[in-house]
Design a protein around this ligand. Structure first.
Ligand code: IMP
Length: 174
């Protein structure tokens, strides 16, 4: 059995409602276009799976693997690509889908990397943002929830690779 942290920060129902809202906004904003959603692995895989089903457009999906933490809960500040995109995104409307913006370093790095590949537009969607810890300016075009400076797990987010399968977002007490 998986031992689950007790404190729920965002319930399954609240996440589902927010994903519906974000999907509806993206559907409106990209009407007549077919954006490519880039899921940033691994943390965004659950969010992305729900988000694409809330979007009523001919979207395509790609994945990009990055690692910035190792197995620690503090960002090392060094981001590296562990899995590159399988297809070019030049001339496409690209929406990056992130689980959480913490220091903002991963987000900034991804923006630079994707921008250099010549998309026709580039926007960022993140489920969570921890503004208290953000060190570099980031533009989040579609945001789920602003959260306090706590380490959260569940709904795709992990601590040392665990807890990704929780249905809600919980606080990992240290
Ligand atoms: P950043 O580069 O510091 O913004 O970190 C972004 C990445 O760190 C996210 O995509 C997550 O994988 C991870 N991360 C940051 N905060 C948390 C958290 O509270 N729980 C789980 N992962 C986190």
């Amino acid at each position: 059995m998986l031992e689950v942290p007790e404190k729920v920060l965002v319930t399954e129902a609240a996440i589902a409602e927010k994903v519906r809202e974000l999907g509806a906004r993206i559907t409106r904003d990209y009407a007549g276009r077919s954006p490519v959603l880039i899921g940033v692995l691994k943390g965004s895989f659950v969010f992305l799976a729900d988000l694409v089903r809330a979007i009523d457009l001919p979207v395509t999906v790609e994945f990009l693997g990055v690692q910035s933490y190792g197995d620690a809960t503090e960002s090392s500040g060094v981001v590296r690509i562990t899995l590159d995109l399988a297809r070019p995104v030049a001339g496409r409307d690209v929406l990056i889908v992130e689980d959480i913006i913490d220091t903002g370093l991963t987000c900034r790095y991804l923006f630079e990397q994707i921008e250099a590949r010549g998309p026709s537009s580039l926007k960022m969607c993140a489920l969570l943002h921890k503004p208290a810890r953000t060190r570099v300016p980031v533009q989040i075009d579609y945001l789920g929830f602003t959260i306090p400076d706590e380490f959260v797990v569940g709904y795709g987010l992990d601590a040392a690779q665990k807890y990704r399968n929780l249905k809600d977002l919980r606080v990992l007490e240290s």
